[in-house]
Design a protein around this ligand. Structure first.
Ligand code: SF4
Length: 95
């Protein structure tokens, strides 16, 4: 999808990052036209919930992960989904 197709009303869909898959490479941050993501250190609680491979990836990539910091700004263009090389992002309907 192209940015000009990013016309969905914000607040209907939001991205969810699979922290087991995220390698903190940051294309979602660069692709998102609405600054929905930021790279931040994973919390101890988040780390404890990861599987073995997720923990290994986390340690290799300096404990940083993409986090959704402005979920209400998502316009559902899908650029983050298609841009993530780890296929770690899905869009989900806001409850
Ligand atoms: S779909 Fe992804 S890239 Fe598009 S606005 Fe939402 S968070 Fe940003």
């Amino acid at each position: 999808m192209k940015p000009e197709n990013c016309e969905e009303q914000p607040g209907r869909l939001m991205p969810v990052v699979d922290l087991n898959k995220c390698e903190a490479q940051g294309p979602c941050i660069m692709e998102c036209p609405h600054d929905v993501f930021d790279l931040k250190a994973i919390s101890r609680e988040e780390y404890d919930k990861l599987g073995f491979t997720g923990k290994l990836k986390t340690l290799v990539h300096g404990r940083e992960k993409a986090h959704v910091v402005k979920p209400n700004q998502c316009h559902a263009c899908g650029l983050c989904v298609t841009g993530c090389p780890e296929k770690a992002i899905k869009l989900t309907r806001v409850a």
